[in-house]
Design a protein around this ligand. Structure first.
Ligand SMILES: Nc1nc2c(c(=O)[nH]1)N[C@H]1C(S)=C(S)[C@@H](COP(=O)(O)O)O[C@H]1N2
Ligand SMILES: [Mo]
Length: 298
């Protein structure tokens, strides 16, 4: 079993662990638990948000709809043992452990911009593996066209699932070529820690050129399909949340502009920034959508 900070650290210290690490006593415990990821050419050189910001302002409706709910309630989630069921159009279907999918020696650091459809944003230093490495591990069959993802359904530990906020379990999907793009990762860490529960422990998708809701948390199922999979927000309100959900400052949400974003931690009066096409990743992903009308395929 893999120890996490939550196992070895009393709660108040866990919440305040950055300063805890700085104190002499913690130096004994921290090296064994620290994760490291190889630096990546895909990382932004923008300054990451603080650990505190990234772990206290979250969307994770399984724990409530408030931004502070996940930090408050996600401790109740058991993330070990955990397995991811991979099936559908693959050569080696089965139940995979987090360490099978994201072994320590394959971990990369990816400092990515995160743009929520609600028009706020952060910069997050993830640790994880390219999604394509996992797809190659299970062997994608030629007939596969999409990848479907599902979050854990466990209402005993995810109180929001007892309420009809969304059609549980949370589901998402990507076109296969999007999933194979080197920017798409499965993250298992944040800074040098195992992924905190509120950020989607123990393993979550990160697709930085798309609105945040595509980056599904706490994944238990990955299925290769030949038809476009159901995606929770898209199914709930297709006129507001597209299947593609590529960040696009020129295509407004029906109820608000997507031209600018509020940078979390940007200060009371500052912090408003221009939103970038594909969230700044056009160079790597624009070719995936060549010839498509992005106002229709939003
Ligand atoms: N299972 C699940 N995944 C989810 C969500 C959710 O409510 N449930 N919220 C999404 C939204 S809207 C955003 S913006 C990101 C937020 O990720 P973060 O809290 O790690 O910043 O997670 C996404 N993944
Ligand atoms: Mo979001």
């Amino acid at each position: 079993m893999k120890l996490t900070w939550a196992d070895v650290t009393p709660k108040p210290l866990f919440l305040n662990r950055r300063s805890f690490i700085a104190s002499a006593g913690a130096l004994i415990a921290s090296p064994a638990l620290a994760l490291t990821g190889k630096p990546s050419q895909f990382s932004t050189d923008e300054k990451p948000n603080s650990f505190e910001e990234i772990t206290n302002y979250n969307n994770f409706y399984e724990f409530g709809t408030g931004k502070e709910d996940p930090a408050r309630y996600a401790d109740s989630l058991t993330t070990d043992p955990w397995s991811v069921e991979i099936g559908g159009l693959v050569d080696r279907p089965g139940s995979y452990g987090v360490d099978d999918l994201a072994p320590d020696n394959a971990l990369e650091e990816r400092i990515y911009r995160l743009r929520c459809v609600e028009a706020w944003s952060m910069v997050v230093p993830w640790i994880g593996v390219p999604l394509v490495s996992v797809l190659n591990k299970v062997g994608v069959q030629p007939s596969a066209k999409y990848v479907a993802f599902e979050t854990l359904y466990r209402p005993e530990e995810m109180p929001g699932q007892n309420r009809p906020f969304l059609d549980w379990p949370y589901r998402e999907g990507l076109r296969l070529d999007e999933a194979m793009n080197p920017l798409a990762i499965l993250a298992t860490g944040l800074y040098s820690d195992p992924l905190p529960n509120q950020n989607g422990a123990p393993i979550r998708l990160v697709v930085p050129w798309k609105y945040g809701f595509k980056s599904i948390k706490s994944v238990v199922k990955i299925t290769l399909t030949d038809t476009q999979p159901v995606a929770t927000w898209n199914a709930l309100q297709p006129s507001e949340y597209g299947f593609y959900a590529n960040v696009n400052p020129q295509v407004d949400h029906p109820r608000w502009s997507q031209a600018t974003e509020r940078k979390i931690g940007g200060g009371l009066f500052g912090g408003r920034e221009e939103t970038l096409m594909f969230n700044g990743y056009a160079e790597q992903v624009a070719s995936l959508y060549a010839g498509m009308d992005l106002a229709k395929n939003y």
